[in-house]
Ligand binder design. Structure first.
Ligand SMILES: C[S@@+](CC[C@H](N)C(=O)[O-])C[C@H]1O[C@@H](n2cnc3c(N)ncnc32)[C@H](O)[C@@H]1O
Length: 214
């Protein structure tokens, strides 16, 4: 996907208003300029920000159409991917969870600059975030599935939709997690990378082993 393709994809899928374009453009500008001080995205992806990061994040919204009302919680948001992109494209309240000080400051600065009043940051580890009942949980390059689910279970409820972009090992990672984690799982193709996939899950819960069974 070229950068032009990426913009066309966004326009076609979100009917992006002028205000939203301005916010996304401003976010990309802030992100690239902050790269001089901290490594927010891989250096090699700098010329492909719209395809590799903005559309890669935005596509998650397409898998959340059945979600109930409530907050979108993004685990390990880093530079705000996908949290800031989601907040630009949707009115749903967004909470980004990030533990590193410089990234927390960056996220709060972006929220203020773009006027994203429905977005906020929990600065701390996912494990220590106050109990919540998210409508949606996302996590991009945050942790392998078992750690991801274990650390964030207290932020979820039965109907929470989990949208988890993964690399080419999505199917294997899911199969490895299945003995310990139950739920309804789908593996969806990524629009930005034919080799990548998105794990979409609902009803995630630990498998409880019955006493005496091996
Ligand atoms: C590889 S970066 C990915 C950032 C972003 N989601 C992206 O796709 O560009 C992982 C981020 O998760 C954060 N992180 C890792 N473990 C965490 C935890 N237990 N609680 C909160 N943040 C965590 C790191 O500080 C880092 O910013």
């Amino acid at each position: 996907m070229t950068e032009d393709d990426a913009r066309a994809w966004l326009q076609a899928h979100f009917d992006v208003s002028r205000e939203t374009w301005e916010r996304l453009e401003r976010y990309v500008a802030i992100l690239l300029s902050a790269m001089d001080e901290q490594n927010l995205i891989a250096e090699s992806t700098r010329p492909h920000v719209w395809a590799r990061h903005i559309v890669d994040s935005a596509q998650l919204l397409s898998h959340t159409r059945q979600a109930k009302e409530g907050e979108w919680i993004d685990l390990g948001s880093g530079a705000g991917l996908p949290g800031i992109v989601v907040a630009c494209l949707s009115d749903r309240p967004v909470m980004m969870v990030e533990s590193r000080r410089k990234r927390i400051d960056f996220l709060n600065a972006v929220i203020g600059d773009l006027g994203l009043d429905h977005a906020r940051v929990f600065g701390g580890r996912v494990e220590t975030a106050p109990t919540a009942q998210a409508a949606i949980i996302s996590a991009r390059a945050y942790a392998p599935l078992p750690k991801l689910f274990a650390s964030a279970l207290h932020l979820s409820r039965k109907k929470t939709i989990w949208v988890l972009p993964k690399g080419r090992n999505a199917q294997n990672e899911l199969e490895a997690a299945r003995p310990a984690w139950q739920g309804v799982f789908h593996v969806e193709p990524s629009v930005t990378d034919a080799d990548s996939a998105i794990i979409v899950a609902q009803g995630v819960a630990p498998v409880v082993m019955k006493k005496g069974r091996r």
